[in-house]
Design a protein around this ligand. Structure first.
Ligand code: SF4
Length: 218
């Protein structure tokens, strides 16, 4: 099964890329915005994050955001849902970033393994958020696994490892270690889950129909 998955992962990528093309991720202007967006998108749709980012626009600077009263931060990110929890997560993240003088250049000097462990030690930052920050803001070659990845590959017929880390290693073993490839693949998975492999999948027009063991019609 693992061997088949190692072979299929690149094939699925090619198929998705041919169908949907380049996704131009992450939708943000700066690396700091990517990091903030990665925290705000937890348990919500991206459109809600966009509304919060608009409110945050005048404060999209780490020093300024760090000094915002927590109640103000809560109000600014209200549309992203779970806003009280997320305001505290953002503040915890900014407290960590302060150790690097709020400078991206200082983060860029650090080892990926160390950064990942530090991010995971921040309250409310799990593996998916940490890896999104590492890949999309810091351009490190770590594959981001999310619920869409599990949904699609399970439906394709694979018995997936339960642990986040094990599934991530599987993708990284199957692919060339390349930041742009990991960036594009994760974005394509999200696109496929939105267009075809939804909760109720639209199988007849799916580009993966021929290789899917679980196409369920629509
Ligand atoms: S055929 Fe259906 S279940 Fe399989 S990947 Fe496509 S949309 Fe998902």
């Amino acid at each position: 099964m693992t061997n088949r998955m190692l072979t299929e992962i690149p094939v699925v990528y090619n198929q998705l890329y041919q169908t949907y093309g380049c996704q131009h991720w992450w939708p943000a202007e700066t690396a700091f915005e990517v990091m903030v967006g990665a925290i705000l998108v937890q348990n919500t749709a991206w459109k809600n994050v966009e509304k919060a980012m608009l409110q945050l626009e005048p404060y999209l600077d780490p020093v300024q955001m760090f000094h915002l009263p927590i109640e103000k931060l809560e109000q600014l990110i209200r549309s992203s849902g779970f806003f009280r929890i997320k305001a505290r997560r953002l503040h915890a993240f900014l407290t960590w970033f302060k150790n690097y003088d709020f400078k991206m250049e200082q983060l860029h000097c650090q080892d990926t393994y160390l950064l990942r462990n530090q991010l995971l030690a921040i309250n409310g930052i799990g593996p998916e958020t940490a890896d999104s920050i590492l890949l999309y803001a810091l351009h490190r070659p770590v594959f981001v696994i999310d619920a869409y990845t599990r949904r699609i590959f399970k439906r394709l017929g694979f018995d997936l490892p339960k642990k986040y880390q094990d599934l991530r290693y599987l993708f990284e073993a199957a692919l060339v270690k390349d930041v742009q490839l990991y960036n594009e693949y994760h974005a394509l998975i999200v696109q496929h889950a939105k267009v075809h492999c939804k909760v109720k999948p639209i199988c007849p027009t799916c580009p993966l129909l021929d290789r899917c063991e679980q196409n369920v019609g629509s």
